[in-house]
Design a protein around this ligand. Structure first.
Ligand SMILES: [Zn+2]
Length: 59
């Protein structure tokens, strides 16, 4: 997985929107406020985008 400074869902950059920094499996990930709820409530939508997302539980 390429590590770069974009939202892991929509690929917006930190120049376009404030990004929330996450750490996961020793890597830094970024997600925009718009997609933070996806991570919380619909993590299965991140399957294919985020390694291991199929094992996440919805909050
Ligand atoms: Zn996003």
């Amino acid at each position: 997985m390429e590590e770069n400074k974009t939202c892991l869902v929509c690929k917006k950059t930190e120049d376009e929107i404030p990004l929330i920094l996450l750490t996961y499996k020793g890597k830094d990930l970024r997600i925009c406020p718009q997609h933070m709820p996806v991570l919380i409530h619909n993590p299965h939508e991140l399957v294919g985008k985020l390694d291991g997302a199929e094992g996440f539980e919805a909050g």
